[in-house]
Ligand binder design. Structure first.
Ligand code: HEC
Ligand code: CU
Length: 366
């Protein structure tokens, strides 16, 4: 066995490595302090700022732990590696019971964990409604479906799909849940998760359970809503957006929604539908639930080939004749029958000309 194995354990090389790791840690800790998070991800809600402080706190102390744990591993692996003249069964120095070291690495992280717990104890409740601030907030609902988000506003008869609007600076309480089994007959109820990175908010959407979250949007802009819980075949399609408007813009949008609810939706003009564009749309938005195959080859909804000329199914799922205009009606308003829910045009993110293109494409399927 070579002399180093039992020789001085902490030689000059060791202390040099400790100092190098200290310098790397100090530089990275400085980067953590000055790193412009908001340049990459704006802080767009009242809870984003304290959540980011919590992140910085974790990272600030996480960095030296990362550097020293991995640095020591690499240093020791190199310093005490197996040398060609070592016997096969050479063992390293047997060290145990270094009280000071053990106390340091137990007490240090424990204190950090307690500090983290205390800060979280004060910060996390900021996004759960408590007390007066929450009582004065507007309460609305967010419901996860396969595979879209539904929002219900007080005073609005119809739901808003995928794209939600909020006025800047107005506290809001969102009652978060997921559609229950009765709504998803075929495949049962699943978890979704409501995540808006710019709001630093993420809450699971759970069937049969309503979890209210509370926040105030602070920056005008459009932000992503991402389902961050794997929820089935259409999970990757499941994202929406939240548009934070100035108060006048929001009021205008809300009035338009009320107006849309009052007036019957105009029939879609199908002239000029482009089948090729419709096919692209179909592949992007419909194939999670439909096969371009006969009626019986069902995914979530029925197969859609032969929709207009299937003697076995002269009528659509809503009982109407299979005419292009009636199919456009289903694409526009959705349908809710024994197979489940066919989302409406808002939920599927379709414009009237998209519908014309889709109908033109469906006509080409036999
Ligand atoms: C979330 C799953 C889902 C998505 C996405 C979806 N559909 Fe449907 N669709 C259904 C279900 C379920 C039905 C049956 C509803 C019922 O039983 O009333 C249906 C029914 C239909 C029907 C009526 C079929 C018939 O024989 O009466 C048409 C047409 C249709 N969908 C077209 C589309 C098109 C085009 C798209 C893409 C823009 C689309 N769907 C996206 C689930 C979906
Ligand atoms: Cu989901």
């Amino acid at each position: 066995m070579r002399q180093e194995r039992s020789g001085p354990l902490l030689d000059a090389g060791f202390w040099r490595a400790v100092i190098v790791m200290g310098i790397i840690s100090a530089v990275l800790m400085y980067v953590v302090v000055v790193f412009p998070i908001t340049r990459f991800l704006p802080e767009a809600s009242s809870v984003s700022v304290p959540i980011d402080k919590l992140f910085r706190f974790c990272w600030f102390f996480g960095v030296p732990i990362l550097v020293y744990v991995n640095g020591m591993m690499i240093y020791f692996a190199i310093r005490y590696r197996h040398r060609p003249d070592d016997p096969m069964d050479a063992v390293g120095s047997q060290i145990h019971d270094n009280r000071a070291l053990e106390a340091a690495w137990t007490i240090g992280p424990a204190v950090l964990m307690v500090a983290l717990a205390v800060f979280s104890y004060f910060i996390i409740p900021m996004y759960y409604p408590t007390g007066q601030a929450a009582a004065s907030a507007v309460t609305m609902e967010a419901i996860g479906h396969k595979w879209y988000f539904e929002f219900r506003y007080p005073g609005l008869k119809q739901s808003v799909m995928n794209v939600m609007h909020l006025p800047v600076g107005v506290p809001v309480t969102l009652d978060i849940t997921s559609a229950e089994a009765t709504d998803d007959v075929l495949t049962g109820a699943v978890l979704h998760s409501f995540w808006v990175p710019e709001f630093r908010l993420k809450q699971d959407m759970i069937p049969g359970m309503v979890v209210p979250i509370h926040f105030t949007p602070t920056e005008v802009g459009t932000y992503r809503i991402i389902c961050s819980e794997f929820c089935g075949q259409g999970h990757s399609h499941m994202w929406g957006s939240v548009v934070v408007d100035s108060k006048p813009d929001f009021d205008r949008w809300y009035a338009a929604q009320q107006h849309a609810a009052a007036a019957p939706a105009a029939a879609i003009n199908l002239a000029g539908g482009d089948a090729a564009a419709g096919q692209t749309l179909f592949n992007a938005k419909c194939t999670v639930c439909h096969n371009a195959a006969p009626f019986a080859q069902r995914k979530v909804g029925p197969g859609l080939a032969g929709l207009f000329n299937d003697p076995a199914h002269p009528n659509l799922v809503n009982g109407q004749k299979a005419t292009p205009q009636n199919v456009a009606g289903i694409l526009q308003h959705g349908a809710h029958g024994t197979m489940g829910v066919m989302p409406d045009m808002q939920a599927n993110g379709l414009t009237p000309s998209d519908i014309a293109n889709l109908v033109a494409f469906l006509k080409t399927l036999h």
